[in-house]
Design a protein around this ligand. Sequence first.
Ligand SMILES: [Zn+2]
Length: 69
Amino acid sequence: MECLICQRWAEEECLSFCGEAICGDCEVELMEQAVDAPGYDIRVRAFRLLWQRKFLAALDRHLMDGDPV
Ligand SMILES: [Zn+2]
């Protein structure tokens, strides 16, 4: 899988949720990140994007389920 944040190849044992992966390096950085640290905005944006995508996907699935075929 590709790391959500740095887009590098992430191994399977890295942090993974909702079908997305975050490599160990980025996970550690996220956990230790100070809000005013450089790069924080980029990571927050990446997470926001992920959540948005997941929310819309769930919404789509829900609408499809409710549709009479
Ligand atoms: Zn990474």
